[in-house]
Ligand binder design. Structure first.
Ligand code: PLP
Length: 227
């Protein structure tokens, strides 16, 4: 477990790096990337120091794990904005919408339909991103780049303004820059303004390339234990 003061100074270091990166991007035209603190595998004792210091954006990649810790944390800190950044199964949509404010991983029509159905039933209005599999990796979630325009158009019809942007996870052993650039190109030509891209290893680059949100886990919380 990483000590609370270390977690807070890690967050500060990530913020400073992003501020520097934002200055390199478009002469400060875009606001600097917001930091989603990715708290997967970490417990309340690691998350609370950030909440108490006023950090509001957190990310989890598994619905079930998030259900185990976030209802209580959100009750204590109601302004928390919880982001689902991992793949979502259609049969977990109800639980996901009950807990998450933002979903980054819409990637297929069936999931979009299921989310719409649940929204209509519950009146929930989550903010939504489409995940694009920029590296076309068979094991990875996300719409294929060549199918993205059609899928975005379909989702815009279903979700209107709730669909705000695109998300990607570049292949682990490739230069991330071309993937960030591709994501931005697809977003721009489809009139979407928000980009969810960049993790601990490349959030500075992602910010400099116009990320709206970076998803940072280990650079804030320390290395995760292997599962
Ligand atoms: C775990 C995870 C992250 C954060 O990874 P780090 O390298 O620890 O910053 C970001 N995005 C997704 C989708 C993740 O699953």
């Amino acid at each position: 477990m990483t000590a609370a003061p270390t977690i807070l100074s890690n967050l500060k270091a990530v913020k400073d790096e992003i501020t520097k990166a934002a200055k390199r991007y478009g002469a400060g035209k875009a606001p600097p990337a917001q930091i989603i603190a990715v708290s997967k595998t970490h417990g309340a004792e690691s998350i609370l120091p950030l909440l108490e210091a006023g950090h509001r954006l957190f990310g989890e990649n598994r619905v079930q794990e998030a259900q185990g810790k976030w209802p209580e944390l959100k009750a204590k800190h109601p302004k928390t904005e919880l982001h689902l950044i991992g793949p979502l199964q259609s049969n977990k949509v109800r639980e996901a919408l009950a807990l998450f404010d933002v979903i980054h991983t819409i990637d297929r029509p069936k999931l979009a339909a299921e989310i719409k159905k649940e929204m209509d039933k519950t009146g929930k209005k989550p903010t939504l991103f489409i995940q694009v599999n920029t590296g076309k990796e068979p094991q990875k979630a996300g719409a294929m780049p060549e199918e993205a325009d059609d899928f975005i158009a379909e989702c815009k019809k279903i979700f209107g303004k709730q669909l705000v942007g695109l998300m990607c996870i570049p292949p682990a052993h490739e230069e991330p820059a071309p993937h960030f650039a591709l994501l931005r190109t697809i977003a721009e030509r489809n009139g979407l303004t928000q980009l969810s891209m960049g993790m601990s290893g490349d959030y500075g680059l992602a910010s400099a390339m116009g990320a709206s949100y970076v998803r940072v886990g280990s650079a804030i919380f320390g290395e995760r234990e292997a599962a």
